[in-house]
Design a protein around this ligand. Structure first.
Ligand SMILES: Cc1cc2nc3c(=O)[nH]c(=O)nc-3n(C[C@H](O)[C@H](O)[C@H](O)COP(=O)(O)OP(=O)(O)OC[C@H]3O[C@@H](n4cnc5c(N)ncnc54)[C@H](O)[C@@H]3O)c2cc1C
Length: 421
C-alpha cells in the first residue's frame, strides 16, 4: 500500500498497469471504516493490482480534476484510463471485490480465492451493531464474563461517532465531540474482553439458526443475538439523486462540509438532524439554503433559535426537491413551490440531504421479528422480540424517543436480562 501525492499521480497511476486509488480525508468515519478493508484487499490482490491512497485535503486540485467530491472515493485505472464508476461513502468490501475481480482473468481470481479459508466460531451472544446501544450491551455482557462478539460493517460508534457535539449525554459538563464519546465507549467495551468484528461485510444473517456470516467466509454461531443495527438516512429517490451521490450530493456533514469553505450549500430537511447539520456546515460555507416541505421547522426549539440567529442560513419553506442536475460544476436542485406549484431552480456548490431515517431491518435475513407499521422492531420491557433468544435495542426498536441515553438504556436492559438467564 502506497501513500502518494498529486505530483506522483502520473508515475504511479497513469503510467500503466492496474491501479485502485483511495481518496480519503481525516475526521471521516466512512474513510476510517474503509481503511482496514482496503488494506485487506491490498494484501490479497496486491501482486496483480497496485493499491494507492491519496489524502484529499492535501491534494484538492487533483481530487477536483478527477471529479472526487466526497470521502472516501475509490477510482479504478487500467493502463492509464479510468474504468468503472467511482464508488464513495460507506463502501462495502463486496463492492470493491466485484470490481477487482473484473480487472483480473478468471484464473487469477481462482488463485486469489483459493488463498481464503472458511472459519466457524461460537459465542454465547452476538451483538449486531456497534452504536451506543450495542456497545453498552457489550460492556455489560463482557463484565458478566459472557462470551460475546460485536459485529459492525462500520467502525464502532454509530451516529454518535459522526455527531459533532453531544451536549446532553450525562457525565460531561461541556459538550463532547461525538467521536470522543464513541471512542470512550468502544474502548470500554474492548477492555471487558469481548471480541470486535468491525468494518466487515455482513454476508447473511439467519435469526432462526442464529448464524451470521461475515465477509463471505466467516460463520459466527451464537446462542443469543442482540439486534442493534440502528437506522439509515432516507433518500428522496428524486431523479439525479443516486447519479450525484458522492459527486455533489452528500449525507454526511462531518465527512464533507469542510470542502465547502466560502461556498454555497443546499440542505434538504427541517428536523433536528437537518438543523444541527446546517448549523455545522455554516462553520465552512458562506451560505446555506435549507429546503423544507412544511411551513415551520420540526426541530427542537433550541436548535431553531440557533438557526434563526445564524445569518448564513436562509430557509425556503413549503418547497420540495423534484430533480437534481449538474451544470458548469454547480449542483442544481429543481424545486416545486408547494403553495404556487411553480418550478424553481436553486444552484449551489453542494447538496446535503437530511430527511429522516428508516430502520436497518433489511439486513436481518428472512425471518424477521415482529415490527410496527413503520418497520421498527417491537420488544417487551426486557428488550426481547417475539423470536426466541433474539433481542433488539436502540433506534431500531419501536419507541418514542431516539437518543444516545435511550439507546444506552436499552443495551443495558438486554444485557442484564441475558446475564441473569
Ligand atoms: C445527526 C445526528 C445528531 C444526533 N445528535 C444527538 C445528540 O446530540 N444527543 C443524543 O442523545 N442523540 C443524538 N442523536 C441520536 C443518536 O445518535 C441515536 O439515537 C443513537 O446513536 C442510536 O444508537 P443505536 O446504537 O441504536 O444506533 P446507531 O447509532 O445508528 O448505530 C447502529 C450501528 O449498527 C451498525 N449496523 C448497521 N447495519 C448493520 C448490520 N447489518 N449488522 C451489524 N451492524 C450494523 C451501524 O454501522 C452502526 O454502527 C443524533 C442522531 C443524528 C443522526
Amino acid at each position: 500500500m502506497k501513500e502518494i501525492n498529486a505530483a506522483d499521480f502520473q508515475q504511479e497511476v497513469l503510467n500503466g498497469g492496474k491501479v485502485v486509488v483511495d481518496f480519503y480525508s481525516t475526521e471521516c468515519p466512512p474513510c476510517e471504516a474503509l481503511a482496514p478493508k482496503f488494506d485487506a484487499m491490498a494484501e490479497l490482490y496486491g501482486e496483480k493490482i497496485k493499491f494507492v491512497k491519496i489524502f484529499r485535503q492535501g491534494n484538492r486540485e487533483l481530487a477536483t480534476e478527477l471529479g472526487v467530491s466526497s470521502s472516501p472515493t475509490l477510482l479504478f485505472f487500467e493502463n492509464g484510463k479510468q474504468i468503472f464508476d467511482t464508488i464513495s461513502g460507506g463502501i462495502k468490501k463486496s463492492e470493491i471485490v466485484e470490481r477487482l475481480d473484473k480487472m483480473l482473468t478468471s484464473e487469477e481470481v481462482k488463485v486469489i480465492k483459493s488463498n481464503q479459508k472458511k472459519t466457524v466460531s461460537e459465542y454465547d451472544v452476538a451483538i449486531l451493531g456497534g452504536g451506543p446501544a450495542g456497545l453498552t450491551a457489550g460492556i455489560y455482557l463482557g463484565q458478566a464474563k459472557i462470551k460475546t462478539v460485536l459485529i459492525d460493517p462500520a467502525l464502532p460508534g454509530g451516529y454518535m461517532g459522526i455527531t459533532h457535539q453531544v451536549s446532553n449525554y450525562p457525565g460531561f459538563e461541556q459538550p463532547q465531540p461525538g467521536f470522543m464519546l464513541a471512542h470512550y465507549m468502544s474502548e470500554q467495551a474492548k477492555h471487558t474482553g469481548i471480541d470486535f468484528k468491525v468494518a466487515v461485510d455482513i454476508t447473511s444473517v439467519d435469526l432462526m439458526k442464529k448464524e451470521i456470516v461475515i465477509d463471505e467466509l466467516e460463520t459466527i454461531k451464537a446462542k443469543k443475538i442482540i439486534i442493534a443495527t440502528g437506522t439509515t438516512p432516507n433518500t428522496m429517490n428524486a431523479p439525479g439523486e443516486s447519479e450525484f451521490k458522492g459527486k455533489g450530493i452528500s449525507y454526511c456533514a462531518t465527512c464533507d462540509a469542510k470542502y465547502f469553505v466560502d461556498k454555497e450549500v443546499t440542505v434538504i430537511g427541517g428536523g433536528n438532524s437537518a438543523v444541527e447539520e446546517a448549523l455545522f456546515i455554516t462553520k465552512f460555507a458562506s451560505k446555506v439554503t435549507m429546503i423544507h416541505q412544511f411551513d415551520k421547522l420540526t426541530a427542537n426549539q433550541t436548535a431553531i433559535e440557533q438557526l434563526q440567529a445564524n445569518e448564513k442560513i436562509v430557509v425556503m419553506y413549503e418547497h420540495e426537491p423534484r430533480k437534481f442536475e449538474k451544470r458548469d460544476g454547480k449542483m442544481i436542485t429543481i424545486l416545486e413551490d408547494l403553495k404556487t406549484k411553480e418550478t424553481k431552480e436553486l444552484a449551489a456548490d453542494g447538496v446535503f440531504v437530511f430527511i429522516g431515517f428508516k430502520s436497518n431491518v433489511a439486513v436481518l435475513g428472512e425471518h424477521l421479528p415482529k415490527m410496527n407499521n413503520w418497520g421498527y422492531i417491537i420488544t417487551d420491557e426486557d428488550m426481547k422480540t417475539n423470536l426466541p433468544d433474539i433481542y433488539a435495542v436502540g433506534d431500531i426498536i419501536s419507541k418514542k424517543y431516539r437518543q444516545i441515553t435511550t439507546a444506552v438504556a436499552d443495551g443495558t436492559i438486554a444485557a442484564i436480562t441475558i446475564s441473569k438467564e
